[in-house]
Ligand binder design. Sequence first.
Ligand code: COA
Length: 260
Amino acid sequence: MTYQTLLFDVRDGVAFITINRPDKLNALNDQVVNELADAAERVATDDDIKGVLLTGAGQKAFVAGADIADLANQGPFDGKARALRGQAMLRRFETCGKPVVAAINGYALGGGCELAMACHLRIASETARFGQPEVKLGIAPGYGGTQRLPRIVGKGNALYLILTGEMIDAAEAHRIGLVSQVVPAGELVAKAEQTLRGILAMGPLAVRLAIEAVDQGLEMTLDEGLLLEANHFGLLAATQDMREGLTAFLEKRPARFRGR
Ligand code: COA
């Protein structure tokens, strides 16, 4: 697929995906959602892509939400279908098996906050703003906000944001655990890339299974989650990467992981 609303550039194993509608604050219209769905599939299936850095074009917005012009025309059935399409796209990024880092460069509102939450790590610029303002429009979050936000920041903080529609700044987002780091705007992409490349230097099978255990474990009982973790631990013991990682430590040299 040729993208009209995304920039998609692979450099040294990292797919740099930029949502590119700065005149509309990178709002997610149906075309952006379809192109992101294609991009997520590409990330999941292309062996040359090892990780993803997702950001928004321009200085002002990561993504200012679902495109309100699209929402204005929807009825109950296409509303539901739109929510399911957006949710599936986000879930594909979340379960693509490779680390996805959101570099949040400005407004992350509604679907933008939901997109960021489907990424494995969120790094924000000092100018970023977050919120789930849907109730102000007479709708509720539809791209996973009611489910992922409480899992990330707890029920109380999530309900506060979802029910008030209030916007919070990057420092507050950091305080409640919505983002893991806040950096100066000019350093955002470099810092996010540095963090991502740091992860890519780890054992890729270990990273993949750790993401899976956290993702799936949150839906399990503690005992089920612990069993999943033990199974992953055992599986990794059968890999060359584990032997390489442990041997490299004992030989006091950097490990060279090969993903086997
Ligand atoms: N959907 C569609 N268009 C959007 C949009 C959205 N979610 N958010 C911003 N835009 C458009 C504006 O309509 C405007 O387009 P125009 O220049 O053709 O009129 C352009 O992006 C710039 O936005 P503007 O509102 O002029 O910028 P601002 O700096 O005054 O305000 C925001 C920025 C983010 C506070 C404001 O745009 C806003 O509240 N956006 C909607 C946020 C929202 O409710 N998101 C959840 C949707 S479910």
